[in-house]
Write a protein that binds this ligand. Sequence first.
Ligand code: RB5
Length: 150
Amino acid sequence: MKLVIGADHGGFSLKKDVVVYARSLKHTVIDVGSHSSDPSDYPDFALAVAETITHRKAKRGILICGSGVGACIAANKFPGIRASVCHDTFSARQGVEDDDMNVLCLGARVIGPQLASEIIRAFLSARFSNAARHKRRLNKVLAIEKSFSK
Ligand code: RB5
């Protein structure tokens, strides 16, 4: 899968491990930074990840900041992005199967590289179920997004 990964300074160190891990699973990774631990702003990386997905250069994204929260809030402002913080494998898998989550957000000050790897594996191996009830709910989410984007 084509994957885009971004992190602010809080997530920079974990991002290095995540990029290596995703590539070891044979995914194609676009790394949109940050490329150092110098202070940076998570919305900039949410924008870069969202644009990469919107332009169909990647199918899914991973965003990392200190808690995962700021990056997630910013990512969900972009049409077509369905992002969530998941610090357990159940949510990472079900978020895709039921909710078609396309951006996984992680908090580098909350979890370590081993758990992050297991969560990422669950996220990347899951597929949207296409079940009618989940499509119906997603269509309602889309309708909300459309009605407030004028
Ligand atoms: C940066 O200090 C920190 O606020 C950021 O990485 C993130 O945790 C925000 O939610």
